[in-house]
Design a protein around this ligand. Structure first.
Ligand SMILES: Nc1ncnc2c1ncn2[C@@H]1O[C@H](COP(=O)(O)OP(=O)(O)OP(=O)(O)O)[C@@H](O)[C@H]1O
Ligand SMILES: [Mg+2]
Length: 216
């Protein structure tokens, strides 16, 4: 499903001789739910950004369902991401000028050219936020914002769900609820999931743990 080959990635603006990431191979099977662990600065976010096509490696292939997204143009990667990938960012990146409902709908607007109010409402209900649809993101608790970010990431029925420390800013109980929602959503819809986390308790809930340091 996901296959990375002969990856090297460095950041041009930094005078470091060693690349941030360099490894021969990473394979993730269809429907697998994988925790990505590693020290701070080991490259977890960099790897997630390459899986989403927000970043391309200097060298190597990032194959998702057979498409090497590293070889696509930026516009093609944007389209591929909109159609295939849901991303729950670490700080959620909700659009502050838009309601909860609009935040969830906007992904579909970009991907398919029309809004889908019904699906957005369905997803908001499934994360327990139907009563917060008309609120603005800054009127929500952090845990509620995490659930909006999950609903938005599921909007386009992605084949791959990426999450970057989705429970990092949450108290333990809310963190457990959001983690369960993420894992259950991936399982229910057969989505392949990769989730970066510092927390061994979170990592243990996944089918498989990949330590970034062990790839190198
Ligand atoms: N835009 C950038 N420009 C230059 N260097 C960067 C950039 N983004 C990340 N790096 C460097 O790349 C390395 C990996 O960063 P990355 O954010 O992928 O780590 P991480 O494992 O996600 O860390 P954390 O657990 O703290 O989120 C770090 O050394 C970081 O300083
Ligand atoms: Mg990170």
């Amino acid at each position: 499903m996901i296959h990375l080959l002969n990856i090297r990635k460095s950041y041009e603006n930094v005078a470091e001789s060693a690349p941030v990431l360099g490894f021969r191979e990473l394979h993730i099977g269809a429907g697998e739910r994988v925790a990505l662990t590693g020290e701070s600065g080991s490259g977890k976010t960099t790897l997630l950004n390459m899986l989403s096509g927000l970043l391309v490696p200097d060298v190597g292939e990032v194959r998702i369902d057979g498409t090497n997204i590293a070889a696509l143009s930026e516009a093609q990667r944007d389209r591929f991401r909109a159609a295939n990938i849901g991303y729950v960012f670490q700080t959620f990146h909700l659009l502050q000028g838009y309601t909860v409902q609009e935040n969830v709908e906007l992904g579909a607007l970009f991907a398919r050219g029309h809004q889908e109010a019904g699906r957005a409402a369905f997803l908001l209900e499934s994360v327990g936020l139907e009563h917060r649809r008309r609120h603005l993101p800054n009127q929500l608790s952090v845990g509620q914002q995490a659930r909006v970010a999950l609903a938005r990431a599921l909007m386009n029925k992605p084949r791959v769900l990426l999450a970057d420390e989705p429970t990092g800013a949450l108290d333990p109980e809310t963190g457990r609820q959001v983690l369960a929602l993420l894992l259950d959503s991936a399982q229910q819809y057969g989505i392949t999931m990769v989730c970066a986390t510092h927390d061994p308790g979170v990592a243990a809930a996944f089918d498989k743990i990949v330590r970034v340091e062990d790839l190198q």
